[in-house]
Structures are given as structure tokens and as C-alpha cells.
Design a protein around this ligand. Structure first.
Ligand code: HXC
Length: 257
């Protein structure tokens, strides 16, 4: 399929999606989100893809939802169409998805990055929830996910003032897992994604599901869920292969990649 607002590539077992609306700093309009959902659905159904990297340009991951498109939206329209609900597909993607963020990740851009499983940031990355300056608030999970990532004080300050965080602050506060030089960001993200894609896919997916459970339930329930998942792994040939390979001092050959 020809995409207009994103670029989609396969790099071995890794799917690479690049947001591509350079004239609008990758502002997220409904056409872009629809294309992103289509690309992700294809990667989800593609057995040869084990991990996805989502990135933007060096100047902007995404400068937010498209304000020009949103500016004429009425309450009734927003309510009737459940505006933003289509964005949720990223957070429901079952394979690992890494956000590689350079430049601006603002508003919906920051929210989109936070829907991914983890964020690798370039040293020029800037994160923020500036919606308050537009007379609104975060609407794609920002008030909830940012608070879980960085804690109440910082999230509240960012949402109430629109202040941006640089990459160092984002790493310090747990929003991103690592900071890299901007010209190494995508290559490193692809390397990390390839590493993940080389493991057993069902085990990777169950691991992702278990970590995400920590955000949805109590500690006791989360630990119980983890244990049941862990037990079920002993029904897979990849568990047998992984442990046998360790004992035999050789590299594992996972079947379900
Ligand atoms: C539409 C946008 C845009 C946006 C930038 N552009 N951000 N268009 N929606 N969110 C467009 C500009 O209008 C301009 O196009 C072009 O991109 C370049 O932007 P400049 O402002 O000229 O660039 P610069 O001076 O470098 O400033 C960069 C910037 C600034 C600081 C990132 O663009 C900015 O403040 N953007 C808005 C950020 C923001 O408020 N985001 C939150 C959106 S609300 P033209 O054609 O005009 O020259 C949101 C709500 C989410 O995300 C809730 C649920 C989805």
C-alpha cells in the first residue's frame, strides 16, 4: 500500500515506521493515524516481523496532534466519533514496539511515544505536554501515562505549564530508557529491535504482556499473572531449546521466532 504520511520498511525481522509529514513537524492528523494503524496491523499479522521501531525525523518525532485539523472540531463531533480512540491501536499492538525519538515529542507526539513499549531518545529530544497553552489538556493518555512514568510532581508541572523536558531530564526521570547521539538513534533502535526479534516471539509477547500488567493491576495480582505466564512457558519448545542450549553451551535456535 502507498502511504502518504508515513514510510514503512522491513529490515530483516524488524518493521520500521517513520512518521513523514516534514512540513508539519509530523503533526498527527487522522490520515497519518489511519496509515499507522494499517501498517501496524500488517506487521502484527506478519510472522516474519518480531519487533517494530517507530520514529520521526531528526527535528521532530511529532509536534503533537494536528492543531489545524483539530481547531474546528465541535464537542458533539468529538463525542460522537470518540475522537482519539483510533490512536489506542498503538497501545494494543501485541509485538514489541520501540519509540526512537529525536527532536520534538509534544502533546500527542509525547503520548504516542509513551504508548510504545520503551523510548530511546536522541540527545536533542524534547518532551512536553503543551496542550494547556491551546486551551485543552492531554487527550491521548498523557495525564495518565506521563504521571506513571515520571511521578505526579513532574507530570503535573509539565501538564499545567507546558514546560518541555530535554533528553537528560527525561532519562533522569524514567521517561526514556536511554539517550543516544542523534545520528546513532535509529541504527541503535534497529539493533535493539533485531535482538528482541531474535528471541522466541511468544515468550517476548508474554513478557511484554506481563510488564504491562504492572500498570493495570495490584502487585499481588500482577505477581500471580506473571507466575501463571511463567508456568505456561514450560509448555513451549522454545523454553526447552533455550535451557538445553545453555546446558550444552551452545547458542539457542528458537523455533517460534
Ligand atoms: C499542526 C503544526 C504543529 C501541530 C507544528 N506545526 N506543530 N501543525 N499541528 N501540532 C507546523 C507549523 O504550523 C508550521 O507549518 C510547521 O509545522 C513548522 O512549525 P514552526 O512552528 O514554524 O517550527 P518551529 O518554529 O521550529 O517551532 C517548533 C515547535 C512549534 C516549537 C514544535 O511548531 C510548536 O509549538 N508546535 C505546536 C506544538 C503543540 O502545541 N503541540 C500540541 C498539540 S495539541 P506552517 O505551514 O504553519 O508554516 C495535542 C493534543 C493531543 O497534541 C491530544 C489528543 C490527541
Amino acid at each position: 500500500m502507498g502511504y502518504e504520511n508515513i514510510q514503512v520498511e522491513k529490515r530483516g525481522r524488524v518493521g520500521l515506521v517513520t512518521l513523514h509529514r516534514p512540513k508539519a513537524l509530523n503533526a498527527l492528523n487522522s490520515a497519518l493515524i489511519a496509515e499507522l494503524n494499517t501498517a501496524l496491523a500488517q506487521f502484527e499479522g506478519d510472522d516474519k516481523i518480531g519487533c517494530v521501531v517507530l520514529t520521526g525525523s531528526e527535528k521532530a518525532f511529532a509536534a503533537g496532534a494536528d492543531v489545524k485539523e483539530m481547531s474546528t472540531l465541535s464537542f458533539v463531533e468529538a463525542y460522537k466519533t470518540d475522537f482519539i480512540t483510533s490512536w489506542d491501536q498503538v497501545s494494543r499492538f501485541r509485538k514489541p514496539i520501540i519509540a526512537a525519538v529525536a527532536g520534538y515529542a509534544l502533546g500527542g507526539g509525547c503520548e504516542l511515544a509513551m504508548m510504545c513499549d520503551f523510548i530511546l531518545a536522541a540527545d536533542n529530544a524534547r518532551f512536553g505536554q503543551p496542550e494547556i497553552t491551546l486551551g485543552v489538556m492531554p487527550g491521548a493518555g498523557g495525564s495518565q501515562r506521563l504521571t506513571r512514568f515520571v511521578g505526579k510532581s513532574k507530570a503535573m508541572e509539565m501538564c499545567l505549564t507546558g514546560r518541555m523536558m530535554d533528553a537528560a531530564e527525561a532519562e533522569r526521570s524514567g521517561l526514556v530508557s536511554r539517550v543516544l547521539p542523534v545520528d546513532e538513534l535509529v541504527d541503535e533502535a534497529l539493533r535493539v529491535a533485531e535482538k528482541i526479534a531474535d528471541f522466541s516471539m511468544p515468550i517476548v509477547m508474554m513478557t511484554k504482556e506481563s510488564v504491562n500488567r504492572a500498570y493495570e493491576t495490584t502487585l499481588a495480582e500482577g505477581v500471580r499473572f506473571e507466575r501463571r505466564m511463567f508456568h505456561s512457558m514450560f509448555a513451549t519448545e522454545d523454553q526447552q531449546e533455550g535451557m538445553t542450549a545453555f546446558v550444552e553451551k551452545r547458542a539457542p535456535q528458537f523455533k517460534n521466532r
